[in-house]
Write a protein that binds this ligand. Sequence first.
Ligand code: SF4
Length: 304
Amino acid sequence: MGSIIFGPLLSRRFGKSLGIDLSPHKKQCNFDCLYCELKPAKTVDKYDDVISVADIIAALQDALVQHKDIDVITVTANGEPTLYPYLNELIDEINKIKDDKTTLILSNGSTINDPKIREALAKFDMVKLSLDCATDKCLKKLDRAHKGINASDIMQGMLDFKAIYHKPLIIEVLFVKSINDNLEHIEALNKFLITLCPTRVDIGTIDRPPAYKVEPLSSKELLDVASHFDASLPVYIIHRKGSEIRAETYSSEEILATLANRPLSEDDVNILFDEKSKDRLKILLENKKVKIFKIYGVTFYILA
Ligand code: SF4
């Protein structure tokens, strides 16, 4: 495993980002997800390998001198970053030196029912929490959560966090074939997300070799999943590399009907629409039947 700072990485979802790995020496996580890109590991509820805030800040200061053009400082880990015991102190120190950069944390969401974690996360400019499971059964099977973690606490914690956090909150759902992609479960997630009302919902599937033998959804299946979410939720599909979907022709009416069903991201349009359909979309934009809105780096098309 590597060093404290990694990148810069260019991400469509978050911009040009410099990463901070709070667990650079080994995996320390309270989940052991079937789809994890890291090797399987016993779950933990606290870090035993802890790097100091001073070491992290020194490494970040050096990296910021070298990479002046980054947009985002992303706090993450080989594991779960909110298990880092000095997170609150760390974000205070990062905020002192971040200048015009946006701070972001990528968490699995498991600790959000802890008020101390909510207090630390509220100091970030942007928060991404995962929510693969709306039920304990799924949480146990897919995320293989550490004992004591349950889905209802996570979802209540997210609601409590949303009540105090008025900056971008992104929820990410990773779908795994035959585990959390059934209609009943998608509906449970959808119902909760309508109540939570996050800034954006990012959905994806396995795109790298997983820790355990599990299968991704096809691009078509992922599109089908997206269509079950409420049209009010800006769902961004993290399209798989080498998507098997062929661009098709949409009439203006079909474009409007599709947008009535759900907002389409620029990536969706590039994958789903052929050139003629893209021209029709442009005309619909000019005629103010369709409008654009941007959510932190992602452009969406919606009905005007
Ligand atoms: S939460 Fe992230 S690091 Fe932890 S097991 Fe799941 S995918 Fe791996």
